[in-house]
Ligand binder design. Structure first.
Ligand SMILES: *Cc1c(COP(=O)(O)O)cnc(C)c1O
Length: 374
């Protein structure tokens, strides 16, 4: 058996990308925008429910930034973000010179806690500013408590940006993630469910909003023969080559989702008998996770580190969970509402190899490490 490194989550060619890339090259559409981009957007729109409009962009981060722009977030505005997430969820708040307000997770979905969300909003209003938006995240593919979180947002009339970067293919009560918010975003970064080599998309509720997003994403060019600008613009559009990769990957989306879900089942079997490890699982059937990454909780941080190092010695990559934003040097001085739920998850949690190309022999090696460790 070989001892090649087993990674957390790698991109994988589907075999369908070449045709689209060739088409782009041969037609000299080697630029941002173009026929592949249009086709990719159409496929994404068909994937989601009627009434959703998708703008293909160069990253998921740009999609979040554009959502904030479209919601009119400006300097000194306050924007709530789930604290436990990848920095890309919250960084765009700072791009706008707005103020991040960070909220803890709840233990069932590991996502934004409805109780602390309500407390945070009330307190911010009392201090003089109603938050302009809420960024809620479906972390590791697990949907957040959509009904509870959206009920609170509606009560205070605050729009939600639904960070579905890790949850393409997940659903809540049968409805696909990315469609619950005023805006949804997905990512086609190399480590996600499918890749466009890099890329992202903004999911909007009207054609008009989608068009405005594309306007901002292509340097806000006014309607004139010369280059005329009355608004600040960005270079955020997806390239025609990347869209070709995305189109090729769309053909294996369902396949990748079942492969990741099978990885989760594999870990479920492995950890069945190990009492001091808790595999992160859906709390009930309302939550359908793509299980982008399979993750576990150990009893202590020391135990977590020991296991991580043991994996590493066996040439298997594993990683602690996302470090919450309120514990990051960049964000630690911004207001935080919560307790220690996300901090404990960070201390005790570990992400395990979860790629859709994880082979049987890889699983045997992973299982051996786990069984010898416990
Ligand atoms: C990957 C990711 C993003 C950003 O997507 P990019 O395409 O890499 O810019 C945003 N939020 C979360 C939670 C992510 O995992």
């Amino acid at each position: 058996m070989n001892n090649n490194r087993i990674y957390l989550s790698l991109s994988q060619e589907s075999g369908f990308e070449q045709e689209y890339i060739q088409k782009a090259l041969k037609s000299n559409w080697i630029t941002s925008g173009g026929p592949n981009v249009d086709e990719f957007e159409n496929e994404l729109q068909n994937y989601f429910d009627k009434g959703k409009f998708v703008a293909a962009l160069n990253s998921g981060t740009s999609a979040i930034h554009l959502a904030l722009l479209l919601l009119g977030v400006k300097e000194d505005d306050e924007v709530i973000s789930q604290s436990m997430t990848f920095a890309a969820s919250a960084n765009p708040i700072l791009y706008q010179k707005a103020i991040p307000i960070l909220v803890d997770s709840e233990p069932e979905t590991w996502n934004i806690c409805p109780e602390y969300l309500d407390i945070a909003i009330k307190d911010r209003i009392q201090k003089g500013k109603k938050p302009k938006a809420i960024i809620a995240v479906h972390l590791y593919g697990m949907p957040y408590k959509v009904d509870e979180v959206h009920a609170i947002a509606e009560k205070y009339e605050i729009p939600i940006i639904e960070d579905s970067a890790e949850a393409f293919g997940s659903s809540y009560k049968g409805k696909k993630c990315g469609q619950f918010g005023t805006f949804g975003i997905i990512s086609f970064n190399g480590n996600k469910i499918i890749t466009a080599s890099s890329g992202g998309a903004l999911i909007a509720n009207s054609q008009k909003t989608k068009d405005k997003a594309i306007f901002y994403a292509t340097q806000s060019k006014d309607n004139a023969a010369h280059y005329q600008h009355s608004e600040l613009g960005y270079n955020y559009r997806m390239s025609n080559i990347c869209a070709g990769i995305g189109l090729g990957q769309m053909k294996v989306l369902e396949n990748n989702i079942s492969a990741r879900r099978n990885n989760h089942l594999f870990y479920k079997e492995v950890f069945k008998e190990i009492k001091n490890v808790k595999l992160f699982d859906n709390s009930n059937e309302d939550f359908f996770s793509n299980y982008w990454l399979s993750t576990i909780l150990l009893d202590t941080q020391e135990e977590r580190e020991k296991l991580r190092i043991t994996f590493d010695k066996a040439n298997v990559e594993s990683r602690p969970l996302w470090k919450p934003m309120h514990l990051q040097p960049l964000f630690e001085n911004y207001p935080y509402y919560g307790n220690k739920v996300s901090q404990e998850l960070f201390e005790k949690g570990l992400c395990l190899p979860s790629g859709s190309n994880l082979k049987n022999e890889d699983k045997i090696r992973i299982k051996e490490v786990i069984f010898s460790f416990f």
